[in-house]
Write a protein that binds this ligand. Sequence first.
Ligand code: ZN
Ligand code: ZN
Ligand code: ZN
Length: 271
Amino acid sequence: MDSTLTFLGTGTSMGVPTLGCDCAVCTSAISPDGDPRNRRTRPSIRLEYNHRTVLIDTGPDFHAQAIRENIRRVDAVLYTHGHFDHIMGFDDLRPLTFHGVDNLPIYADEITASNLERIFEYTFRKEDRYPTSARVHIHRLDPTPGAGIDIFGACFQRIPVTHGREEITGYRFGHAAYLTDMSDIPEVSIPLLQNLDILILDALRLTPHPSHSHLEKSVAIVEQLKPRRAFFTHMGHDLDHATTNATLPPHIQLAYDGLQLQFEIAPKEAV
Ligand SMILES: [Zn+2]
Ligand SMILES: [Zn+2]
Ligand SMILES: [Zn+2]
């Protein structure tokens, strides 16, 4: 089954341009003669397959991203973790949940589900619920590494990744994997990331960072896992799109907002 993956956002938590910054990349991001691929909104992706739309994360830029990409319906949302830049668009799902027959299914690990229930308490309270809050149902993910759930005919596997001092959730779906906010890949996840067509990895900046992989480290991870193609995301203003890409081998590229990729999401052989 073919799927189209769209990068809704590819920026780090502060976005690019970084507010108040006049560096070359931030200037290029918004000037008419700059490179629009340097304009990076907060990170998330859309998957389209089987006439369905599935999102991974809804950051604070989700409203603008949904308008830009003409997102008119959403059939499921998976969350990676509970940081601001990945969940704060949750409330913008509201109008998209009013017309479906069932509650919009949300998938998250235990800690992320608990964070969503705490931060958006008015959505989940049993009594005196705010009448126009989102109509959703949270499904808690099996914590077992590689545990899969079927979503509209595609299997989504939970891939644990290290994010500083936390372990968060990456996802593999068919021949692609999305590992945002990642400083290391634990041993247990390595076998789950073989035979990939597309690997999407965090590459925050040029220099090491305690909770995010940097460019050189992400290139080394790609060389270890050997996907056919790799795309970097969650990038800050260190990385100019064109000049950074020119330093990378052809199968590794920086993603940019709006970039679309085609891949197989429900391969016949077991992955
Ligand atoms: Zn993040
Ligand atoms: Zn800057
Ligand atoms: Zn994070």
